[in-house]
Design a protein around this ligand. Structure first.
Ligand code: GAR
Length: 191
């Protein structure tokens, strides 16, 4: 049976696109049924339109609390019959509203070898620290910042000091590793 995915993003949406394409071409036994974005104007919105994936775009500050906008998200997810969530550059910590509704069925991708360098500026922090081995992590999501059980990691060596270059190398790995990990998870090769 095909999974019904919601993909959450806040920015460019390159991981969203990798997952949506893998659904469309049959690489993943899943359908991308909704893109959720917390930043009106983000580039991911245009990508979703181009790929024919419906979007729910909202502005957090027009709700009175995180619980209120997450309630709205949960209703949209239910309406769309979503049964699994992929966070793909969604730069917010989830509250109990989403975790209670979809706990254990939410995964995230992060541009570091967790638990090192959590948060929104992982690559910049790793470069500033002078690390020589970088990496990408795919993990289940819990209530902590970039926390939750690890599903997959891939490391790469880099000796320079250009965060943009690390992002470029890392993103190529992300697009492949995210799809590969979801495929293994959905096919019950990992759990
Ligand atoms: C990705 O590199 C992802 O790992 C990172 O945001 C980027 C989104 O790029 N996520 C985090 O830092 C989570 N803490 P994209 O919009 O092109 O997919």
């Amino acid at each position: 049976m095909k999974r019904r995915l919601a993909i959450f993003a806040s920015g460019a949406g390159s991981n969203f696109e990798a997952i949506a394409r893998a659904c469309a071409d049959g690489t993943l036994p899943a359908e991308a049924v909704l893109m959720v974005c917390d930043r009106p104007g983000a580039a991911v919105i245009e990508r979703a339109e181009r790929l024919g994936v419906p979007s729910f775009v909202f502005s957090p500050k027009s709700y009175e609390s995180k619980a209120a906008y997450e309630q709205e998200i949960v209703s949209r997810l239910r309406e769309a019959g979503v049964d699994f969530i992929c966070l793909a550059g969604y730069m917010r910590i989830l509250s109990d509203v989403l975790l209670d509704a979809y706990g254990g069925r939410i995964v995230n991708i992060h541009p570091s070898l967790l638990p090192a360098f959590r948060g929104a500026h992982a690559v910049e922090q790793a470069v500033a620290y002078g690390v020589k081995v970088y990496g990408i992590t795919v993990h289940f999501v819990d209530a902590s910042l970039d926390g939750g059980r690890i599903l997959a990691q891939e490391a790469f060596p880099y000796e320079g000091n250009d965060p943009e270059e690390v992002h470029r190398i890392g993103q190529r790995i992300e697009h492949r590793l995210y799809v590969e990990t979801l495929r293994r998870l959905f096919n019950q090769e990992i759990s």
